[in-house]
Write a protein that binds this ligand. Structure first.
Ligand code: MLT
Length: 264
């Protein structure tokens, strides 16, 4: 389904009934990464997934795609759907968007699920890497970025033994245009550090990390999660950065348990 939000057509899905949970995808993916979550969580709550601006089947406006801009797209979609407050679940870049959303619209958040993401802003080297990646996307195309990303998005075990998972991730990512990848990299490079905000957040939160996540490691994740007063941590065993794709059963169980406590 499409909705006109902030002047662009945004593609979304809206399934199930009950407490609203909005799923915000990673880079360089789309809402298609949430298929196993929609199938299972749609039985216990209202699940909304969205293609962030530039990604999947949403329009591809010029960038940069600042995190607050993408958060405002999500807020606009909520208004369109008549939802005052929702649980926000963001994985990686989706987590950055969820943090920005919480910073700007705290009253619209019933709970936060932050998966395989980082509270810290980029350091100067990280920012430099993103600017180079943005240039490379524009110069060499989506495939050049996807090929290097797959190596870090998935665990070594998945890369070596699960060709179905590798090809699914590639297929989803290859749908995206180089300009969108560049625009999102520029937006992520400029994102605000959220560690202090999260340490002061009273919102019920679930933090998830794959035990084999190489981009947002379990050690780093524990460091900021332990400072969040109303949070708990779920480690998804045997999963890399895209923990929802590599180990959907474990991931869905952790999310379903958390949503059930909120819905009571
Ligand atoms: C993602 O999975 O969304 C990206 O790895 C985020 C990032 O590059 O920081």
């Amino acid at each position: 389904m499409k909705a006109l939000i902030n002047g662009i057509d945004v593609e979304y899905r809206d399934e199930g009934r009950g407490i609203a949970v909005i799923l915000i995808h990673a880079f360089p993916m789309s809402q298609a990464m949430w298929d196993e979550q929609v199938a299972v969580l749609g039985r216990i709550c209202r699940v909304i997934t969205v293609d962030l601006r530039g990604f999947g089947d949403s329009d591809v406006p010029p960038g940069p795609y600042w995190m607050p801009l993408m958060a405002s797209d999500v807020r606009g979609l909520m208004s369109r759907l008549g939802i005052d407050a929702a649980v926000l679940m963001g994985l990686s870049m989706g987590g950055y968007v969820a943090m920005s959303f919480y910073r700007n619209f705290p009253d619209a958040v019933r709970g936060l699920i932050l998966a395989d993401t980082r509270a810290a802003a980029d350091n100067p080297e990280g920012r430099e890497r993103r600017l180079k990646s943005a240039e490379k996307a524009e110069r060499e195309g989506t495939e050049s970025i996807v090929d290097e990303m797959v190596q870090v998005l998935l665990s070594q075990a998945a890369i070596e033994t699960r060709p179905d998972v590798v090809s699914r991730v590639r297929r989803i990512a290859l749908q995206n245009q180089p300009g969108a990848l560049a625009a999102a990299q520029l937006g992520m490079a400029a994102r605000t550090d959220s560690a202090e905000m999260l340490a002061a957040a009273d919102c019920p939160s679930l933090v998830i990390v794959g035990s084999e996540d190489r981009l947002s490691t379990p050690g780093e994740t524990r460091g900021w999660q332990e400072r969040m007063p109303n949070s708990r941590l779920a480690v998804i065993e045997g999963a890399g950065h895209l923990s929802n794709i590599e180990q959907p059963d474990q991931f869905n169980r952790a999310v379903a348990e958390f949503i059930t406590t909120l819905a009571i």
